[in-house]
Design a protein around this ligand. Structure first.
Ligand code: HEC
Length: 152
């Protein structure tokens, strides 16, 4: 009985400790959540562009509209200094971001521009949408290559 209780308590403390272990810097958690939302919406457009999903103008437009608004979220509090992968666990943000913040911001601005263009053409048919999607994908990739660590 006693042992059960102890094991019970141990199991409980493990369960409680897990979220503590995953206790991420809130800015890191927020920016990763933001990128998940980027990918969730961009995935629809990419799926249509690659022929894995049938093109649907309304669905494409909604995803592009979402992406437009998501890429307008102010980034000011999402990238505090000291939240790079050589300083803390749980992030793939390379310290190079803070060495050349102007370039990092320029790459984000490039994303915003390509997404705005995509928003303008997403509902205009598969070919136009695909061209817009390729451009956005290029801006995602350019920043990842420069500033995101490989997945471990
Ligand atoms: C200006 C730079 C930049 C741009 C542009 C950018 N990303 Fe990222 N992305 C990053 C960085 C840096 C990380 C790592 C963040 C971290 O782990 O703290 C990241 C992480 C991610 C992740 C992983 C999130 C997680 O769960 O940890 C996904 C998915 C992602 N990006 C998708 C995208 C998509 C899709 C686009 C384009 C629509 C995009 N990103 C554009 C810099 C960028």
């Amino acid at each position: 009985m006693r042992l059960t209780r102890i094991f019970g308590a141990a199991a409980l403390s493990t369960a409680l400790a897990l979220p503590a272990l995953a206790d991420q810097d809130p800015a890191v958690a927020a920016r990763q959540g933001q990128f998940k939302l980027f990918a969730h919406n961009f995935g629809v457009l990419g799926g249509m562009a690659q022929g894995r999903m049938e093109y649907d103008a309304a669905m494409a437009q909604t995803a592009a509209d979402n992406l437009f608004h998501l890429t307008r979220v102010d980034q000011g509090r999402l990238w505090p200094e000291g939240t790079d992968s050589s300083s803390i666990d749980g992030t793939r943000a390379n310290a190079a971001i803070w060495d050349d913040l102007d370039d990092f911001v320029a790459k984000f601005v490039a994303l915003q521009g390509s997404v705005e263009n995509l928003q303008g053409v997403a509902g205009d048919g598969l070919d136009d949408m695909r061209t817009g999607v390729m451009a956005v994908g290029g801006t995602c990739q350019a920043c990842h290559e420069a500033y995101r660590d490989e997945a471990s």
